[in-house]
Write a protein that binds this ligand. Structure first.
Ligand SMILES: Nc1ncnc2c1ncn2[C@@H]1O[C@H](COP(=O)(O)OP(=O)(O)OP(=O)(O)O)[C@@H](O)[C@H]1O
Length: 247
């Protein structure tokens, strides 16, 4: 579904992505782990199109998308849930979902009410609201909901574009342990044929949700395999020092 071949990226003298080849199958949930500065976000940015690799290529559903900008990748089904806040604070949760669905379905007009009342927009909005447990908050303004609900909405906005692949950069950062646990249930609610790549620092959560794990260290893949194999890897224990033992 999503594949990288020999991706390479440097910032001046800093070599941040080293020969990264990954293959994500349809419906696969892959967690990217790695210490601070390992190059996780830089790799992500190359997947989503915010950075162009120096070498190598990115493929989505068999098409080479390396040269495509972010919006063109999004239209082809690659959607990113942002760590930074990209929501419209003055609008309701429902309107935020609706606007993303309207853009995706080609129904975005100058008149917001017209866009949001289109049947296909309403259908996507309510389906996504169910998937990410936002039904109780639909009519609340984004400025009034909790941080955790905003994070759920960010995932909802990404899903409203009906992606083939969903990329999430630390979806639980800054939320409490309870929300983190709820996030696992939320992932289980998502369509099983949706492929997902998640950057995650919380190893409990990573092992919980991952079908496969990729570990980056100094920009290079040092592990790519099943969570149970990752647990036994002495190299990973070394990279993560004591924290690995707690996972
Ligand atoms: N635009 C840039 N210009 C120069 N150096 C950069 C740039 N972006 C990232 N870097 C450097 O690349 C390296 C990898 O950064 P990156 O943010 O990809 O790591 P990360 O694994 O996501 O880290 P963290 O877990 O702390 O978010 C770091 O040394 C960082 O300082």
């Amino acid at each position: 579904m999503l594949e990288t071949r020999n991706l390479d990226k440097s910032f001046g003298a800093i070599h941040v992505t080293r020969n990264v080849s990954l293959k994500l199958e349809r419906g696969e949930r892959r967690v990217i782990l790695g210490p601070n500065g390992a190059g996780k976000t830089t790799l992500f940015n190359q997947l989503v199109g915010e950075l162009i690799p120096d070498k190598g290529s990115v493929h989505l559903a068999g098409e080479d998308i390396t040269a495509l900008p972010v919006a063109a990748r999004a239209r082809r089904g690659l959607s990113r849930s942002y760590q930074k806040n990209t929501l419209f604070d003055g609008l309701t949760v429902e309107e935020n979902l609706g606007l993303a669905a309207a853009v995706h379905t080609g129904n975005a007009t100058m008149l917001r009410g017209d866009s949001l009342s289109k049947p296909e927009v309403r259908e996507i909005t309510s389906e996504v609201a169910e998937q990410v447990n936002l039904m109780p908050y639909l009519h609340a303004k984004v400025s009034e909901v909790s941080y955790g609900v905003r994070r759920q909405l960010e995932i909802g906005v990404a899903l409203a574009t009906r992606p083939l692949v969903l990329l999430m950069d630390e979806p639980t950062s800054g939320v409490g342990p309870e929300m983190s646990k709820g996030f696992h249930d939320l992932l289980n609610n998502l369509p099983r044929d949706l492929s997902i790549v998640i950057i995650e620092h919380d190893m409990d959560l990573a092992f919980d949700v991952a079908d496969t794990i990729t570990v980056l260290n100094f920009g290079e893949i040092v592990f790519d395999g099943l969570p149970e194999e990752a647990r036994g890897s002495s190299l990973l224990k070394e990279i993560y020092l004591g924290s690995w033992e707690d996972a």
